[in-house]
Design a protein around this ligand. Structure first.
Ligand code: FAD
Length: 434
């Protein structure tokens, strides 16, 4: 089958690229056929589960602030962001009839709090612009035909030829949504490299948290690994307004304040996720990592010591009676298991509450990591157009690239922005040639 622009991948970036390309051609009065191939039965499976099903689709911070939430690739995103920023994303959904709301931290959601409304709007607007969406179509290989056009071969035997190709196949996270890293292989065939990938925004697994059966658990520890007795005591505990310090090789590299959750995966929640990128990278490089919890962050040292000393005297040093006065009740059993034998007086108790150390054995992998860090190196892509610097007519966008952000709507917005720029550039190039 022949088409003008072929988009591979129907996630946030691919749907945006396809819609923008078709709209740009229409505005120029040029008839271009845009075709999108998606391997799953329905597009944007990942968007459907984003934001716990509510889809935090953008963040309204201005670029200077927004860019501080981009962990890698901000140079590549800047132009794309100014071309299609968070306000433009909100305006797009509102124009399409989807009401949106902005919540704490400038995070935007559909007012319905249904991610499916975001997906439906993207798909409907693509179809409205005449984009042909083909689902259950897995591209297996990309080469060139005799006329120098891109030739995509699919698992069902179909073939698509196009003058222009947009790769929007995402990263490796949550492979059940269809993102299995195929784009790395496709782009390698055009000479692209790969910045090493690793899971980010994922659970960190403390030593002794999972049942090891006598083996030393290290590195990637699958989420389904059963909890140990310590893990079972901690799992479900949600800590609000505490301090965390991340140590890599004995040096404190990050100090944060906020919320931590212990889950079946390990240590996560906003602060767990925020530390995960540095921590996973360090572990993968063979460094030791440790997370320290300060359960009384914000209370001055002297004041806290005096309080613990007074409680110690009042309770005659009986930890079981004393702990519920200084700790969330559900944390008592785990604290006693960790420190019951070492706390001998108010000084050691205060120190333990201020610095509960969790050496980190490993992390939950791509199976449940929110994003993939690493990807196609930013210098290999022209930030003004998202065109490959190696192959004219090839455009790359979304999580496939070496771009990843913190939580808060930044990842989807960068997928929208890079997708929009790739689609617009691809269409304008073809319109200019026609
Ligand atoms: C659980 C979860 C929650 C998240 N919540 C948020 C959030 O609230 N806010 C936020 O900003 N970010 C969130 N993210 C991250 C965000 O969803 C992604 O960064 C973003 O959707 C990436 O979009 P993409 O289009 O680049 O890639 P993807 O969404 O991964 O899309 C790639 C598409 O390509 C298709 N594909 C792959 N290979 C082929 C092939 N060979 N042939 C055909 N099709 C193919 C895949 O099936 C997939 O549909 C979340 C991620 C997860 C996993």
């Amino acid at each position: 089958m022949k088409t003008d622009i072929l988009v591979i991948g129907g996630g946030a970036s691919g749907l945006t690229a396809a819609r923008t390309a078709a709209a740009a051609a229409r505005k120029k009065g040029v008839a271009l056929q845009v075709t999108l191939l998606e391997k799953m039965p329905r597009p944007a499976r990942k968007l459907m589960i984003s934001g716990k099903g509510r889809c935090n689709f953008t963040n309204l911070k201005p670029w200077n602030d927004f860019s501080t939430h981009i962990e890698a690739g901000s140079r590549l995103v800047k132009n794309a962001f100014y071309n299609f920023d968070s306000a433009a994303a909100i305006a797009f959904f509102e124009q399409e009839g989807l009401r949106t709301v902005v919540e704490r931290g400038d995070r935007a959601f559909p007012a319905s709090h249904r991610a499916s409304d975001i997906v439906d709007t993207l798909v409907r607007s693509c179809l409205g612009e005449g984009v042909k969406i083909v689902t259950e179509c897995t591209v297996t290989d990309i080469s060139f035909d005799a006329k120098g056009r891109f030739l995509a071969r699919c698992a069902d035997g179909s073939e698509y030829r196009a003058q222009t190709l947009i790769l929007a196949t995402g990263g490796l996270s949550y492979p059940g949504t269809g993102s299995t890293g195929d784009g790395y292989r496709f782009s390698a065939a055009f000479g692209h490299g790969l910045s090493p990938t690793f899971p980010s925004l994922t659970a960190l697994v403390p030593e002794g948290y999972k049942e090891s059966g006598g083996k030393a658990l290290k590195g990637h520890i699958p989420r389904e690994t059963p909890l140990s007795s310590l893990g079972a005591k901690l799992c479900g505990v949600q800590l609000k307004n505490i301090g965390t310090r991340l140590y890599i090789g004995g040096t404190c590299v990050e100090s944060l304040f906020g919320d931590v959750d212990f889950t079946d995966g390990g240590l996560e929640g906003p602060l767990g996720f925020a530390m995960s990128r540095k921590c996973v990278k360090a572990l993968m490089n063979g460094n030791k990592a440790c997370v320290e919890l300060d359960l009384k962050s914000g209370v001055p040292d002297g004041e806290f010591s005096a309080r613990v000393t007074a409680l110690w005297k009042e309770q005659g040093g009986r930890l079981r009676n004393l702990l519920p006065r200084v700790l969330p009740r559900e944390l008592t059993a785990a604290f006693l298991a960790a420190f019951g034998n070492t706390v001998k007086g108010p000084g050691t108790l205060a120190a333990a509450l201020r610095a509960w150390r969790f050496p980190i054995a490993g992390f939950v992998g791509y199976e449940r990591a929110v994003v993939t860090a690493g990807g196609i190196p930013a210098p290999e892509v022209n930030p003004k157009t998202m065109e490959s610097r190696f192959r004219p007519g090839l455009y790359l966008c979304g999580e496939l690239l070496d771009i990843d952000c913190t939580t808060g709507g930044y990842n989807i917005q960068t997928a929208f922005s890079t997708g929009a720029l790739a689609g617009q550039s691809a269409a304008l190039q073809l319109c200019a040639e026609s």
